[in-house]
Ligand binder design. Structure first.
Ligand code: ATP
Length: 233
């Protein structure tokens, strides 16, 4: 069984008399220890998929099992526990707390878990061993994003969900962030999911889910992903 299994997943938004079918009965799976990219143009349903995976939005119909548990059946408390213990989020604009240092930002999340990863080791593993005591304003965009990855991983989630994590970064800086994310899948055996409209990074993923207008166009498995170093955009 795959770590994540979505079956017939749909999301309809209602705005007045208008119904918007953001996701139309999609089926996909996501594996532990892999980098999965959900790729599609603006409005294709990428963020909707990520938000449902993260338990911050609910499907209108269908099922979504994560680690064997159907999260579509969870009530509010179950969803809160799910978000707190099983999911880490990385956003386009880092969302670090400005008056806490890099280390304190990561420690804050570690404090939410019964089984946290060591904040200092995580900052070390994203290449920021010498920046523990810096505040976000003293770090570059790429460095802040690496702090936000360490922060997302501190509570030791199995699923790491990243919404356009390189959207605010130049190609070289973005690449460093992607290298960290790909290594977290492999070394820490996380299921890392990136949603993006940037097709250039797709060859470095283990699986690419192509979405458009709420549908899945195709799912590609890539047994030999290219080295992230060789990619540019
Ligand atoms: N809360 C909402 N209410 C109404 N419509 C919504 C809502 N959220 C998303 N939609 C619509 O659902 C569709 C899919 O949106 P979604 O944000 O998932 O796309 P996306 O692929 O992430 O786009 P982008 O790359 O621009 O972020 C769009 O037509 C969008 O306008």
């Amino acid at each position: 069984m795959s770590y994540v299994e979505a079956r017939g997943l749909s999301r309809i938004y209602t705005a007045g008399d208008t119904k918007i079918q953001a996701l139309d009965s999609v089926d996909f799976t996501i594996e532990d220890g892999q980098l999965t990219i959900i790729l599609g143009p603006s409005g294709s349903g990428k963020s909707t998929t990520l938000n449902i995976l993260g338990g911050i939005d609910s499907a209108t119909s269908g099922s979504l099992t994560v680690g064997g548990q159907d999260i579509c059946q969870l009530k509010e408390k179950g969803l809160t526990d799910y978000r707190r213990t099983q999911v880490g989020f990385v956003f386009q604009f880092y969302n670090l707390i400005p008056n806490l240092t890099a280390l304190e930002n990561v420690e804050l999340t570690a404090g939410l878990s019964n089984d946290p990863l060591a904040p200092a080791l995580l900052l070390d593993s994203v290449g920021l061993a010498d920046r523990f005591r810096n505040f976000p304003s003293q770090l570059s965009g790429g460095e802040q994003q690496r702090v936000s990855i360490a922060r997302a991983l501190a509570k030791n989630p199995r699923l790491l969900l990243c919404d356009e994590p390189t959207g605010a970064l130049d190609s070289e800086t973005g690449k460093k962030v992607l290298i960290v994310l790909a290594s977290m899948a492999k070394l820490n055996h996380k299921a890392v999911v990136i949603v993006t409209h940037n097709a250039a990074i797709a060859p470095a993923a283990d699986r690419v889910i192509h979405v458009r207008d709420g549908h899945i166009l195709k799912i590609e498995d890539n047994p030999t992903p290219v080295d992230m170093e060789s990619i540019s955009w």
